[in-house]
Design a protein around this ligand. Structure first.
Ligand SMILES: *[C@@H]1O[C@H](CO)[C@@H](O)[C@H](O)[C@H]1NC(C)=O
Ligand SMILES: *[C@@H]1O[C@H](CO)[C@@H](O)[C@H](O)[C@H]1NC(C)=O
Ligand SMILES: *[C@@H]1O[C@H](CO)[C@@H](O)[C@H](O)[C@H]1NC(C)=O
Ligand SMILES: *[C@@H]1O[C@H](CO)[C@@H](O)[C@H](O)[C@H]1NC(C)=O
Ligand SMILES: *[C@@H]1O[C@H](CO)[C@@H](O)[C@H](O)[C@H]1NC(C)=O
Ligand SMILES: [Cu+2]
Length: 721
């Protein structure tokens, strides 16, 4: 019933936000429709009838259930807060949504907080915070940290923190189950003068037993975002994560101002998440292409405002408008080339959603100009197995800038190609990767010097339940229901030659589509999330068990599972500290929205060995072919560079890894040289993370290195001093 309702809603939304409606999706979606969706959710799905709480379109925990609030004196929960009597505090746990705890006015810099003593140790996995019925702006908890304790004394790091969108709906902090008797909520953003926060009710969720601890690695903490982070990238200057949704923080096409985008920045050092509506660029960046230019600016093309190009400038943290593409599009593939130009191909919505025709285009940042590549025909990159045909067949293209002005097209179509940017995008067949297309699967260049690309997962067709609504025929394709567990290693050799393809470890343990793949410093690839039956805006058949592929052993190894689904519209990114951030999913005004991300700590950081430290880097700007010298705090056995990338819709074409071989340098203890590849097609200019590893395989935190482009005009005109 619930499933049915969700499905039909998802269906309606997909319908409403269809192509043809085109460039401005939200213009076609009247606000009363959005409001109606919201009310439906509140009335029929999430809200008990006599409960006046307003519930946002956000996913509930998929495990556990709310702890009943005991009424006997011995078992009754005890609330303590920073202001008010115990009786007043207790209004937040009295089971009555019409009464609330209201703090006294704040003192600047002092956080309000409330601590609940559950009187018994439980396996907690979520906290729900309901605002007072008479909600007022500035009086609800937005910035927050959630702590757990078994004894009320030792608290440790927060299990969840971040910022909730400031409105009158209840908010979730969902985290991996952990034993605790005490829960503390710290309201970090309501600490300005005179601000008083109110909480109508706190609900605490628990599971009966802790999950099976098998599987390596560790999940947590959860970072709560004030939006569904559909796309994300790391600002290479600060190391902070910049994320974005659409013109709405929790829906697509049900938002506020047309051609705007909600963004949120997670600052890891001070554990805060800030938000901002970007209006100046007049670009709704929902479902775009992403590529990091050679100068550390994230170039975001198309999406909901389909012809626009925007850039986030890492140097001054501002969003700016660049020249529009010739061909408007969303869901395109995009990547940065060896000469610093940005390539896009494919995509949806326009110019004609039924016939495709979304040719390649090349952006020259030095001229701020797009050039159409007339020989680069998107028909050649289309998958042949999608009943949604041209609307979906050329989406989320896997592209890798390469030597000799070439781009390698690795999929998701079964057929692979070389694209020659010097010859109007002329395409040469490069062989067949596998029998079927792998739409919404992953492809990562984990060893660039050796020309190695790992591909994994995906499905023959984008969405299972797609019906061709243009001709009224039912094109649903039950035969292609399942996502793939297939995985391949592609090896590039000479340009224009067929590539070689081998199975990667016989395939993943689990089939998945809409998953994320993140290259790790040691050359392994972490794959997380996705679902077995690919259907946007659903979490059915979600896969919670990530796995890591190691080229050294040619094996996939299952990692510890998490409990938050990461399906359509989720992302994964390697962080500078060599952990992985996996987040998002949804953005549909439905209760499958995930306004959070979780950190995964790979097994290499959970050993007893100390992490090596890069103590000194002789320069952080290095030319192609040059030697880079660094000093570590201890002996180093291995090193690598991983290019900063941007992830959305399963694709992060710009992340790539170069294996480096550290050689001792001079007579200085723990001083090493590494050689930067001379070819810009391998070491694509721009910002990279340098990691070093000890002989136990433990990686350091990354130092950021800018690879300069000696002979490309882009770098010359935008040269970094
Ligand atoms: C954290 O740092 C960001 C800058 O990255 C700043 O805008 C924000 O106010 C800081 N937050 C706190 C709570 O200190
Ligand atoms: C940031 O830098 C870019 C590129 O140099 C420039 O176009 C833009 O105006 C700058 N924005 C601000 C707010 O300084
Ligand atoms: C290269 O691959 C194409 C398909 O993409 C195939 O038609 C051709 O025979 C292959 N060439 C060689 C030499 O294997
Ligand atoms: C996986 O690969 C095998 C062997 O090439 C193929 O038969 C199968 O159809 C593939 N599965 C999917 C879902 O593409
Ligand atoms: C990009 O290039 C400009 C010069 O055109 C420079 O001022 C700026 O600092 C660079 N940005 C970054 C993030 O390196
Ligand atoms: Cu999308």
């Amino acid at each position: 019933m619930l499933g049915e309702f969700v499905l039909s809603l998802a269906f309606t939304l997909v319908l409403l936000c269809k192509p043809g409606i085109g460039i401005r999706i939200n213009a076609a979606l009247p606000h009363d429709v959005c409001d109606r969706h919201h009310d439906d959710l509140v009335q029929h799905v999430l809200k008990p009838k006599d409960d006046p709480i307003r519930v946002m379109a956000e996913a509930m925990p998929v495990i556990g259930s709310p702890l009943p609030k005991p009424t006997t004196e011995q078992a009754k929960w005890i609330a303590k807060c920073d202001s008010g009597t115990d009786q007043e505090c207790a209004q937040a746990i009295d089971g009555d949504y019409r009464t609330s705890w209201q703090s006294s006015p704040g003192v600047k810099g002092v956080n309000h907080h409330i601590t609940i003593d559950l009187r018994a140790v439980r396996n907690l996995n979520a906290l729900r915070v309901a605002p007072p019925v008479n909600w007022q702006s500035g009086s609800v908890v937005a910035g927050h940290q959630v702590f757990l304790s078994e004894d009320g004394k030792k608290w440790g790091d927060p299990v969840a923190y971040g910022t909730w969108f400031e409105d009158n709906t209840a908010k979730w902090a969902i985290f991996e189950p952990r034993k605790a008797k005490f829960v503390r909520l710290l309201a970090t953003s309501a600490n300005e003068d005179k601000q008083s926060i109110g909480i109508a009710e706190l609900d605490i969720w628990a599971v009966t037993s802790l999950p099976d601890p098998t599987g390596e690695g560790k999940w947590g903490p959860t970072i709560d975002f004030p939006l569904v982070p559909v796309g994300a990238f790391i600002d290479p200057v600060s190391g902070n994560v910049v994320s974005f949704s659409s013109d709405s923080h929790d829906g697509n096409g049900c938002g506020g101002k047309p051609d705007t985008t909600w963004t949120a920045i997670w600052d890891r050092t001070n554990k805060s998440v800030s938000q901002k509506l970007i209006e100046d660029t007049k670009h709704n960046m929902f479902c775009p292409g992403m590529a990091f230019d050679v100068n550390g600016s994230m170039i975001i093309t198309g999406g909901a405002t389909a012809s626009k190009t925007s850039t986030f400038n890492a140097a001054n943290k501002s969003w700016n408008t660049l020249r529009e593409m010739n061909i408007p599009r969303g869901y395109q593939g995009s990547t940065t080339c060896a000469d610093g130009s940005i390539f896009v191909i494919g995509g949806s919505w326009s110019p004609d959603s039924s016939t495709g025709g979304r040719f390649g285009e090349l952006y020259d940042p030095s001229l701020n100009k797009w050039q159409r590549l007339d020989e680069c025909r998107s028909g050649l990159i289309e998958t042949k197995t999608d009943t949604h045909r041209a609307y979906r067949a050329d989406n989320h293209v896997w592209l890798f800038g390469w030597k000799e002005k070439m781009i390698f097209h690795a999929g998701p179509a079964a057929e692979m190609h070389w694209i020659n940017t010097a010859r109007k995008g002329a395409m040469t067949a490069a062989g067949i990767r596998e029998v079927n297309a792998a739409m919404c699967g992953n492809a990562v260049m984990y060893d660039a010097a050796a020309g190695k690309i790992l591909t994994a997962g995906g499905a023959p067709q984008y969405e299972v339940n797609y019906r061709n609504d243009y001709d009224g025929r039912d094109d649903r394709n039950p035969a292609s229901k399942s996502a793939s567990s297939n995985a391949s290693i592609i090896t590039l050799s000479n340009v224009n030659a067929n590539v070689s393809v081998a199975s990667a470890g016989g395939g993943m343990h689990f089939p998945r589509t809409f998953s994320s793949a993140v290259i790790l410093p040691n050359g392994d690839t972490f794959v997380a999330g996705g679902q077995e039956v690919g259907q946007p805006f659903t979490d059915d058949t979600a896969e919670f068990r990530p796995e890591i592929y190691s080229p050294k052993t040619d094996k996939w190894q299952v990692m510890a599972k998490n409990s938050i689904p990461r399906t359509y519209h989720s992302f994964g990114l390697l962080l500078r500290d060599a952990t992985v951030l996996v987040g998002g999913g949804g953005l549909s005004s439905l209760p499958t929205n995930h306004l959070n991300a979780q950190i995964f700590t790979p097994p290499y950081l959970l050993t007893s060995h100390a992490r090596p430290v890069i103590k000194k880097l002789f320069t952080n700007k290095v030319h192609l072919g040059a030697t880079l010298t660094f000093v570590a705090d201890n002996a180093v056995a291995d090193a690598s560079l991983i290019r900063y990338g941007g992830a959305t819709h399963t694709v992060n074409n710009d992340q790539r890894r170069i294996k480096l071989t550290p050689a001792t340098s001079g007579n200085v203890q723990f001083q090493y040289n590494v050689q930067i590849p001379a070819d810009a097609g391998i070491a694509i200019p721009g910002y990279w993370m340098l990691f070093v590893m000890n002989d136990a395989g433990v990686p350091s935190e990354a130092s950021t290195v800018l690879i300069l482009c000696t002979d490309c005009k882009v770098m010359q005109s935008k040269a970094v001093s």
